[in-house]
Design a protein around this ligand. Sequence first.
Ligand SMILES: Nc1ncnc2c1ncn2[C@@H]1O[C@H](COP(=O)(O)OP(=O)(O)OP(=O)(O)O)[C@@H](O)[C@H]1O
Ligand SMILES: [Mg+2]
Length: 262
Amino acid sequence: MLQIQDISVSYGKRGALALKNISLEMKPGEILGVVGESGSGKSTLLRAVLGCLPGEGYVSQGDILFEGNSLLTCSGEEWRRLRGREISIIFQDSGAMINPIRRIGSQFVEYILTHEHMSRREAWNRGAKMLEGMGLPQGERMMRSYPFQLSGGMRQRVGIAMAMTFQPKLLLADEPTSALDVSTQAQIVRQMLKLRESYGTGILVVTHNLGVAAYMADRILVMRQGQVVEAGSREEILGNPKEAYTKELLASVPAMGGERFV
Ligand SMILES: Nc1ncnc2c1ncn2[C@@H]1O[C@H](COP(=O)(O)OP(=O)(O)OP(=O)(O)O)[C@@H](O)[C@H]1O
Ligand SMILES: [Mg+2]
């Protein structure tokens, strides 16, 4: 489904490379966890896939293929078709993306209508249903709420519900639980696993919390300073890490929801 072939990313011509020779592959429905310290290039990797590197960022070599087609040569029109429908993204704090002074419902309806033709009523119902599917009871009431009336965990569920509206094949998640308390973290992680079960969504989840990756991911990729340190199945990385850096990460895993998954 997704193939990243030996890409490098640089922010501006003179800057050091933020990513160096990264390759990875994801099968449909697979969950890949990308872990590494702050500044290791995790967000850069996600943004490169989505074609939205900030500032002067650009892919200086290599290619990114989604279902066999290069994403690097996509036109604006092609991206409009892909984003949201085939590939979706959620961030650390979806609350920051949601306008705080507009009701959830009006934003959700607008989001749906930019991607699909239907009546406002239908879009509203679809939104409410998605919210309930993400474990938010009373979708209707949520739709009528303002973001500031919701907890951080609820807002994150809203963000994920929006991202999943069109059942994308690939969900890119950048620190989806990092802004949440540990018990909410565990709930959101379980909810994301359910999404994979229900829709077969492949998830590329970036996290500095190896516990989250350990719980969710089929495979784990460890990054440091823009390079892949080590990659393998969850069992390989957790049970038999080869690199000293991976061992260091493993030794410093926080507990999640009162449990340690590593
Ligand atoms: N907009 C930007 N302009 C210039 N350099 C950037 C920009 N965004 C990121 N970088 C650089 O790219 C490198 C990787 O940053 P990135 O944000 O991808 O790391 P990260 O692994 O997501 O870190 P964190 O865990 O803190 O989110 C860093 O050296 C950073 O300084
Ligand atoms: Mg980041």
